[in-house]
Design a protein around this ligand. Structure first.
Ligand code: ZN
Ligand code: ZN
Length: 391
């Protein structure tokens, strides 16, 4: 069965909503306009609406029949601090903010599913539509779980889709097990001894120490981690100095680390500290390292992934459900929901990407042709899940 016929009729309305959200991007925990729009639409569709979880989070609930079974469907609402470079009509109206990860599409697809499910009610149980804030680094998913998301809205399982450029529209990828990496942040503060740049022998140059640390950090993935495990350590910034002729006292280096298993995470944390302190000591400087675990890895539960893949095949046809896709070193705070409940995240084909670009690119734009596919998938997922629960 392809896209649901009635959902096809939503295309114009959904495209308008998606472009409206795209034009009005909001950053982590500040998604007030978006949350208002979501709450208003959910109320229009006759869903129960709950606002305020994690600040700007919104949960819509649709109940039918008497079954205690319940499914959670999740979308994220936040944008990124990127200056959009597109010049189409629905480009961002707010300088420095942009929907470059397609969360405008995720929010719209879940609204489309809410509309259909509330209007048709072909299920027995509850569907909780979870609109979370702050996926892009703020951990809105974690905050929602900590504030009792699944106590207030008990779900037997929770599912999400993320758009994926590079996969053709009409395809969905379903991968059991690790899908996205743990995403951690680290800082190294180096304290040398500032001096005149013409007389380096009178000081301890934190740049030279920092440069050696940066190179040595690359040996963590190549020499310390088992070659059969995955790890990334990337430097995001180096901050220090302010003049051409001054060697400063300090240098601050920061970046991200990605991995899939706790042992590798522990190893990376330990090695970053050892390398920073050891290289600094070699030069008579001092370094301190700070490692913060941000998002755990996103691990799909096998049975729920299989179930979701079967539903995807109903919408896209079996040959368009990609089952052998490699995981990504990207991170996702849907991981906090998957650590609390069974479920899966699937990737929704978004075509080549506007201007052939990937997520987080200043020219990215969610592909509206994927909207009815995502809506149909969410709808059937809820219906089939609750049908299965009743058996
Ligand atoms: Zn993103
Ligand atoms: Zn995203």
């Amino acid at each position: 069965m392809p896209v649901i016929a009635e959902v096809h009729d939503y295309q114009d309305e959904l495209t308008a909503i998606r472009r409206d959200i795209h034009a009005h991007p909001e950053l982590a925990f500040a998604e007030r306009r978006t949350a208002d729009l979501v709450a208003t639409k959910l109320a229009e569709f006759d869903c129960e609406v709950h606002c305020g979880l994690a600040g700007t989070g919104v949960v819509g609930t649709i109940r039918h029949g008497n079954s205690p079974a319940a499914i959670g469907l999740r979308a994220d609402m936040d944008a990124l601090p990127i200056q959009e470079l597109n010049d189409f009509v629905h480009r961002s109206t707010d300088d420095g903010k942009m929907h470059a990860c397609g969360h405008d599409g995720h929010t719209t697809m879940l609204l489309g599913a809410a509309r259909y499910l509330a209007a048709t009610g072909n299920f027995d149980g509850a569907v909780h539509l979870i609109f979370q804030p702050a996926e892009e680094g703020g951990g809105g998913g974690r905050v929602m779980v900590e504030q009792g998301l699944f106590d207030k809205f008990p779900c037997d399982a929770v599912f999400a889709i993320h758009n994926k450029p590079g996969i053709a529209v009409g395809h969905i990828a379903a991968k059991p097990g690790p899908l996205l990496a743990a995403s951690d942040r680290w800082d190294i503060h180096i304290k040398g001894h500032g001096t005149h740049a013409a007389h380096p022998h009178l000081g301890i140059d934190p740049f030279v120490v920092g440069a050696e640390i940066v190179l040595a950090l690359q040996t963590i993935a190549s020499r310390s981690v088992d070659p059969l495990d995955s790890a990334v350590i990337s430097i995001g910034f180096m901050k220090g100095g302010s003049a051409y002729n001054v060697i400063p006292d300090t240098l601050h280096i920061g970046g991200t680390a990605r991995s899939f298993c706790p042992e590798v995470q522990d190893l990376i944390e330990r090695r970053i500290g050892q390398i920073a302190r050891g290289v600094a000591a070699l030069h008579g400087a001092v370094a301190e390292a700070d490692y913060r675990r941000s998002y755990p890895p996103t691990i799909n539960h096998p049975a729920e992934t299989e179930f979701a893949a079967e539903v995807a095949a109903e919408i896209c046809s079996a040959e368009r459900v990609i089952r052998d896709i490699a995981p990504s070193m990207g991170g996702e705070d849907f991981s906090f929901m998957l650590n609390a409940r069974r479920g899966a995240m699937l990737w929704l084909g978004n075509g080549p990407g506007e201007g052939d670009c990937f997520l987080h690119n200043a020219r990215y734009d969610f592909n509206d042709a994927a909207l009815p596919i995502g809506v149909s998938f969410f709808v059937r997922l809820a219906e089939r899940f609750l049908e299965k629960a009743a058996r």
